[in-house]
Design a protein around this ligand. Sequence first.
Ligand code: FES
Length: 542
Amino acid sequence: MKKYHVDFGEVAGSIDDGMTILDALRAARIEIPVDCGGRGTCGKCRVQAAGELEAPAEAEKKLLSGEDLKKGIRLACRARVRGAARVGFMGATVSSEIAPFRMEYVPNPGVPADTFDAPGAAFGVAIDIGTTTLNARLADLKTGEVLASVIAMNPQRLYGADVASRINSIIENKGSLEVLHSIIVSRVQDMLDALTMGRGASAADIRGLVVVGNPTMTHMFLGIDPRFIAPAPFVPPTSRALDVDAAVVGLKASEGARLLVLPAVAAYVGADAVAAALRVGLHESGGPRLLIDLGTNAEMLLSVGGAIFSCAAAAGPAIEGARISCGAAARDGAIDRVSFDSEPFFSTIGGLPPDGLCGTGILDSVAGLLDYGVISPEGRIEAPSAENISSSLRKRIRELGSAREFVMAALGECGAARDVVITQRDVREIQLARGAIRAGLEVLIEEAGVAAEKLEAVYLAGALGTYLRPETALRVGLVPDIDPSRIKFVGNAALDGATEALLSACRRERAYTIGESVKYIELSSAPMFSESFTSFIRFPEK
Ligand code: FES
């Protein structure tokens, strides 16, 4: 088989004849957005390519404009390499750097930390394996002190933005499970090294690890085939807590270091949800309380009278910025906060020129556009001629045939290198996500026999649950219409819960009890779900 040289600028790779640019990127471990997992449907894997390439494939002709193709823009997952090639990026490579984590762990009062009685240094690590990001914390097992935290992108993003795309990759490509397993273990190992480096220690001083994540992620991390999670009846190979030697997974830690995966509840309510429930004390007595981990699958747990009910709604990746035309991960240059007056005002992460919208930016935008009448409660972007909209906002509405879009930042505005827009289709994606979350919640509330207005607290967890504004969550109707003071943002409660389970045997036991006692409701077999879904597509009136 002929091999060709592919030049990516600072690095280069080689590739077999007829493989795609995406294959070469994967081999070189260069990460670009690959939301559809390389199926040629999302259009996110745009690169600038030159050299000996096959003529554009049908999907490229459909997803790229004639102008794009003339400039040499190609879809990495479709463009096949037939000789030496050069590839440039469209400002969208994802850093694989492991960065210090900014959120600090605040210990729950009353959580006993067990000290670890053994000679020498003894570190433990809590890890949350998210579909998009990986978070890890290092703790001293002798003192219970949390010493450092790091965050990194999940390298499996090169195989799709959501778990369904990655499971598809395993089903369709022999050897894909081994690749997905090895790249995530290798990234976690790098994180362990980064955490211990500079402390006069190494990963060999790590004596224990507690891992949480959604079931697809934890299965892949352990090297277990997750394919049966995807189709009905959605049965994961295992949902029990697992305690294995870290070396069995492929991690280098101290000899005999234990790796504990907390239990899951069901195929889409994972150890991350159990850990988050542990953190916010859903098992403790008190009034009705709801926990929502906002993500591609919104995991919801409702505590009523000592019982915990749960479900998972397939919200899709839109509220995290994927499958949105200018959607972006929460990285430098992403618009993360928006407010409106006569014009939209926004901030970007790192203060850089805007080049996309992350989850909070999209939800803030939709909330503001609803308030200012640019988007109707039905989710329609109004015509530029609509008289109830201020002229400055009307100027930002574009008509493209039968479709409309709202321009948040035009090319050149605030240094933008391209138009950053919200399209009619993007609004529809947010409506679908909202509809799924609220319909799931209706089923849960009905099953638990409690009225939404009786909820004492709604805990919002996950990356969005750190930065989302209560008024935005209420305006777009992600949560029931309750007093904003009852909405509590609890950040990465899953990692906090995993940290508690790492430091305390009593909290670990509690996590096992939660995993066993939560009552799971499968929404696909709940007749009320589809009826409610349709009614929750409409945004709340002001
Ligand atoms: S179109 Fe290439 S990854 Fe989606």
